[in-house]
Design a protein around this ligand. Structure first.
Ligand code: ADP
Length: 418
């Protein structure tokens, strides 16, 4: 049981490159924290500083109240699971899992080793593979062996560096669930690096979003999704990604391609008439107007637009609507896209409709959008002008309550103590 505190952590590499800048994150006891960001944003560097594989240039790393900057990796008592699993090819599964116990300063009796490996092998469904070598295992099984080896040490914390990136999509999904379950059952403080926003959103109690070594926001998945602090976080979280549309501030109105929406009060205060802003609308904020019940129609704005392409996925239907880009914001948005490794096409609106929608490609379709769900960003700084701090706090409180409840339930129902 441990807390991990990162206080003003900075990393400057030998060649002068600043990979991590002044990062502050407190990981609570038993919490599952995700470090996410595009490639090169400093996630691995930060993780390696926590585990002790990389020197900390400045700032303090505090584990359970003790400053750890100068402690050797083995004295930090953290277990790391690497992307390539780092299993010993000449050892059996049993010996791979038992390895940390054999290294341990206090000699563990053979019978105890057998018992512990057996228990872990059962929980990871590895019992029948204990005599095999890693080369004869599937990717998912190797992954579980690596986890078993990490668990057996009864470490103060788990650190994962992109553990699922070598697996195919189906196995990745399974292992994701497995890791989440194990983490809850063990109740071990965990820091997990990924560049995959789906993994981040599904696994994390809280998610820390990094951009070029700078922490943008650390919050629960729901808060990141509903109350992102800036354009970068908004664009990173959500699939398909949030639409960004150029808009001009008018009299009580935002003038946008396709539709004008009521001007949010906060934007009216921060901006003047004629100013350019960027409006963020998630695909799921739209609906086929014909499918919106009469009683809810007035809650949104209805407009007509030509649909270029549709994709039907069964439970939902995506429709794509091209629009004229605005030269003053397009460059910034293109840059953002490159940084996000984005596949988004920023000159078309993507809307997600109910699967039963009859809208076809080429139609002039009647669409409905809920203006309460939009975000308005400063075109230059990218700051979210419509972020609601009190709502954000409320979401944070609720998420923290959920986390504690889940952890307690897992501990009560199926604790795994080693
Ligand atoms: P991520 O894990 O988010 O992909 P990294 O932490 O691996 O990012 O790297 C962050 C930045 O630091 C990158 O720009 C990378 O090129 C740079 N970097 C990583 N290792 C070194 C090193 N040993 N010397 C100099 N720069 C490095």
């Amino acid at each position: 049981m441990s807390t991990i505190e990162m206080n003003h952590i900075t990393k400057v590499y030998g060649d002068g490159f600043k990979a991590v800048t002044d990062v502050n994150i407190d990981v609570a006891d038993g919490e599952f924290l995700i470090l996410v960001g595009p490639s090169g944003s400093g996630k691995s560097t930060l993780l390696r500083m926590i585990v002790g594989l990389e020197d900390i240039t400045s700032g303090d790393l505090v584990i359970d109240g003790t400053r750890m900057n100068d402690r050797a990796p083995r004295d930090r008592n953290l277990s790391m699971v690497f992307q390539n699993y780092a299993l010993y090819p000449h050892l059996t599964v049993f010996e791979n899992i038992a390895f940390p116990l054999r290294l341990s300063k206090n000699k563990v009796p053979e019978s105890k080793i057998k018992e512990m490996v057996g228990e872990i092998a059962d929980s990871l469904e590895l019992r029948e593979h204990l005599d095999r070598k890693p080369a004869n295992l599937s990717g998912g099984q190797r992954q579980r062996v690596a986890m078993g080896r990490a668990i057996i040490r009864s470490a103060n914390g788990f650190l994962f560096d992109e553990p699922l990136s070598n697996l195919d999509a189906k196995l990745r999904g399974q292992m994701r669930t497995e890791i989440a379950r194990l983490q809850r059952r063990l109740g071990i403080t965990t820091v997990y690096v990924t560049h995959d926003q789906t993994e981040a959103m599904t696994l994390g109690d809280r998610v820390a979003v990094l951009r070029r070594g700078v922490l943008q926001q650390v919050a629960s998945p729901r808060e990141l999704y509903e109350q992102p602090v800036n354009l970068f976080v908004a664009g990173f979280i959500g699939s398909p990604p949030m639409n960004f549309l150029p808009a001009t501030v008018g009299d009580n109105v935002l003038e946008m391609p396709f539709v004008n929406l009521p001007l949010p009060e906060a934007v009216g205060k921060a901006k003047n008439k004629g100013d350019l802003v960027i409006v963020g609308v998630r695909p799921e904020a739209f609906e086929d107007a014909n499918l919106v019940e009469e009683v809810h129609r007035h809650e949104g704005v209805t407009f007509t637009a030509t649909v270029d392409v549709t994709e039907w996925l069964g439970n939902e239907k995506y429709a794509y609507l091209p629009f004229e880009p605005h030269k003053d914001v397009q460059q910034a948005l293109n840059e953002l896209d490159r940084e996000l490794d984005g596949e988004a096409m920023r000159t078309q609106l993507v809307v997600s409709l109910d699967g039963s929608s009859k809208i076809r490609q080429g139609d002039d379709a009647e669409l409905w959008v809920n203006p309460d769900s939009i975000h308005v960003f400063d075109a230059e700084s990218g700051d979210n002008l419509t972020r609601d701090e009190s709502k954000a706090r409320q979401i944070a409180d609720e998420s923290e309550e959920d986390r504690k409840r889940e952890l307690a339930r897992a501990q009560e129902k199926e604790p795994l103590k080693v």
